[in-house]
Design a protein around this ligand. Structure first.
Ligand SMILES: Nc1ncnc2c1ncn2[C@@H]1O[C@H](COP(=O)(O)OP(=O)(O)O)[C@@H](O)[C@H]1O
Ligand SMILES: [Mg+2]
Length: 281
């Protein structure tokens, strides 16, 4: 049975841009009433050009930023942080991985501490349990115990993104929001990280909202696609629907603008998954 993990109805976000000496303050409507929903174990891709409102929506879903209007529901609970702060339990449910693996990790924190910090703040795990869990997560993202005491600057961009993913998963969130998680990486590294995300999703039945300006990146890992244009959803559908028969003129333009990424390994992986499903597994 399908189960909705996160849902938004008519989400609006206005930004007030302050005025200056020669112009008045004005309101920019970054989200013009966006609806979305994502089912457990699935990936919803959010695509569209830079400036269309993807990160704004990602921050609202992650409870970093408040919507101006509309209703956000996470695991059946309404969330509106403009009035009341989310509880630690609500915060734990949604985690985010940002685009920039250089900026998102504290350079003065060793990787082990980066990973253990959320446990220290949010659980009553013992020091040993925190350490074990951090080691466990390092392994899950393809790193090892030798990385535990190193600093972020000693890692490549792809490795840093693995660390960010491990940290995001350490509290067992219901939903992982990935805001352009591979956009700063080389193509070959992009494919590795996409494969890792797909493997983790399979293993833990994770739910993703995957934000990208690049259709070729989401092509092989998403189940549903939502195309945004100037703060509005202009197209939504299953991956197959949108890729085989895009309805909106803007989606078609987006396809033309999209270079082919190095997705052969992802394609192979998807074929294997489909074969497995067809075999009734
Ligand atoms: N803090 C802010 N203040 C004012 N305008 C903003 C702010 N953040 C985003 N915007 C505007 O909202 C729109 C959507 O931005 P964003 O959500 O970052 O788009 P995307 O992630 O799709 O590139 C843009 O026009 C952007 O300039
Ligand atoms: Mg963005």
């Amino acid at each position: 049975m399908s189960e909705i993990v996160a849902e938004g109805k008519n989400i609006v976000r206005d930004y007030i841009v302050p005025g200056g000496m020669f112009h008045k303050a004005r309101t920019v409507r970054a989200l013009k009433g966006v609806d979305f929903s994502v089912e457990r174990g699935k990936t919803l891709a959010l695509v569209g050009e830079s400036g269309c409102g993807k990160s704004t929506l990602a921050r609202i879903i992650t409870m970093i930023d408040a919507q101006t209007d509309g209703e956000l529901t996470i695991e059946g609970q309404k969330v509106d942080i403009s009035g009341t702060r989310p509880t630690p339990e609500q915060r734990r449910k949604v985690q985010i991985v940002f685009q920039n693996p250089y900026g998102s990790l504290n350079p003065r924190q060793k990787v082990g501490d980066v990973l253990m910090e959320p446990l220290l703040l949010n659980t009553d795990y013992s020091a040993t349990d925190r350490r074990d869990r951090a080691h466990d997560l390092l392994k899950k993202v393809g790193l090892g115990p030798e990385h535990f005491d190193r600093y972020p600057h000693m890692f490549s961009g792809g490795q840093r993104q693995r660390i960010a993913i491990a940290r995001a998963l350490i509290l067992n969130p219901s939903l992982l929001v990935l805001d352009e998680p591979v956009s700063a990486l080389d193509l070959s590294v992009q494919a590795q990280i996409l494969n890792l995300l797909a493997d983790l999703q399979d293993e833990f039945n994770l739910t993703y909202i995957f934000v990208s300006h690049d259709l070729s990146v989401v092509r092989y890992i998403c189940d549903e696609i939502m195309v945004m244009y100037f703060g509005e959803v202009v197209e939504r559908g299953s991956r197959d629907q949108v890729f085989t028969d895009p309805q909106h003129a803007y989606t078609q333009t987006l396809f033309k603008a999209t270079p082919r990424a190095d997705v052969e390994s992802i394609r192979a992986r998807l074929a294997a998954k489909q074969a497995k499903m067809a075999a009734g597994n």
